[in-house]
Design a protein around this ligand. Sequence first.
Ligand code: NOJ
Length: 497
Amino acid sequence: MSYIDVIVFGVLISSKCSLQGAVFPPWFKFGAASAAYQVEGGWNASDKGESIWDHLLHTRSDITAESANGDVACDSYHLWKRDIEMCEELGLDMYRLSISWPRLLPSGFPNHISEYGKNYYSNLIDGLLEKGIQPVVTLYHFDLPQSLQDLGGWANPLIADWFADYARVVFTLYGDRVKIWLTLNEPFGICDVGYNLQHAPYLNDTEVGRYLCNKNTMLAHAKAWRVYQEEFKPRYNGKVSLSTLFIWYEPLTPDDKELTELTIEHWEGRYAHPIFSKQGGWPPKIQQFLDDAAKKEGYHQPRLPPFTAEEIELVRGTYDFYGLNHYTTRKVRKARPDEVIGSWPFYGSKELGIVLENDRSWPVGAVDWFAMYPEGLWKQLHWLKNTYGVNEILITENGYVNVDDDLEDWKRMKYIRDNLEQIQYAIEDGVNVTGYIHWTLMDNFEWLAGYKVNFGLYAVNFTDPERKRVPRESARYYAKVTRGRSYDYLHVGLNYD
Ligand code: NOJ
C-alpha cells in the first residue's frame, strides 16, 4: 500500500465518525492551481518566445528575492507527469493551470503555432483527464510575449484583438477537452501591480498606463468570451470567465464607510463592474473621483479612459460564472493629516487618502498584511451575489502564505478548514459556490518574492536538480477533505498561535 493509499484508507475510516453535517454537496468540486511562469521553467525550450517575465528578470536580476527567476522554477515543463500524480494523490476534481502565450505562439501572433507548446499542453490536459481530473485553463497568467510588450503591451488597444486571436487558437486546440476557461488572471495584477513596479512589465505608470491597461484588459476578456460564445459554445458547451482578486474591505469605524466603498470600487470594481454589473461600464463613484483628480492635475483627458456605449455593451455580461481569488481582509480608515501612508496595495493609498490595517482581533499570518479572517470570505461571497446577482461562483484561488519551509504547516490547514467552513455557510445561505481551487499545488516562483515565501501543499526542493516535491501536512489534510468532501478533519481546537 502506498503512502497516499494509507491516507485514502484513513479518510474512509475517519469520514464515518467525524462528519458533523459538514459535508459538501456532490456537485461541489475541489481543486488546486498553478500558473505557467511560476512552475514550468523551460523558459527557452524549443521555439518558445520570450515572455515579459523572462525579459524583466534577465535584465533586472536585482529586483527579486535572492535574484530568483522562473527559468527552471518547478521544472514542470519536464515533470508534468509528477504534477498529475500529485493531483491524483490529493484526490482533486480539478487542476487549474495556465497556458504560456509565448510558449504556444512564439511571436505572440497566430502566424506560427509551436508544435512543442501545442503538444506540451495537450499531453498535460490528456494526462489529467485520464485520471478523471478536470482541467481548468487560464489563458493568461501574467506572462505576455515580450514581442507584444514591445508594441505597447496592455496599454495598446489593439491587444484586445491580439488576445482574442490567441484565445481562438487555444479554444480550437483544446476546446474539445477543456470545459472551464479563465481568460485573464487578476487584471488587477496585470495593470495595478504591473504598472506599479511590482510585476512585469515593471513600469512606473500608475497615473495613465495602469488605466489604459485596465480598459484594454476588460475589452480583451470580452472579445475572447465572445469568440468562445459564437464559435465554440455550440459545439463544446464549456464555461468562460476570468479570475478577479478581491480582498474584502471593511470600514474601521462607521465614519470610514464611504471611503471603504470607494476603495472597493477602485481596487475591485474597476475589474468587475464592467463585466458583472447590470449597467456595465466603470463603477460610477471611482470614475467621478478619478475624473476630478485628473482635472485638478491638469490632464485634458480622463485618466480612466471612458468606454463608448458600444464598448459597454461589448463587455457587459461576458461571463458564465464568477471566478474569485480571495486571500484576506483589510480594514479601511481615513489617513490622518501628514500620516505616512505605507505602500499600496496592502497598506494604503495616497491617492484615496486611506490607510489599511488589521482588526486587532484577527490573527496575523506569516506576513503582516495577511490576516486570518475567514468570515471576510463569507461576506465577500454574499456581496458578490447581492451586488452583481451572479448565479455561480467558483473560487479560483485561496491559500496561505508561509515564510518558513515547515512541512508541518498547521496554520495552512487551519486556514483551509476555516475558509471551507465559511464557503459552506454561504452555500447553506443560498450562494451558489460550485468549487474551491486551492492556491497552490506546490511551492513555486512567487513573483518578486522569488522562492522566499511559499503557498504550496507540496514543498519543492529548489536546490535539487530533480525539483523533488514532498507533501506537507496540509496535503495530507486536503487529501482527506477532497475524499471525505468535508473540512471536518481537524479536531483538536487548533488555533493560529
Ligand atoms: C495571485 C496570483 O494569481 C498568483 O500568481 C500568486 O502567486 C498568488 N495570488 C499568491 O500571491
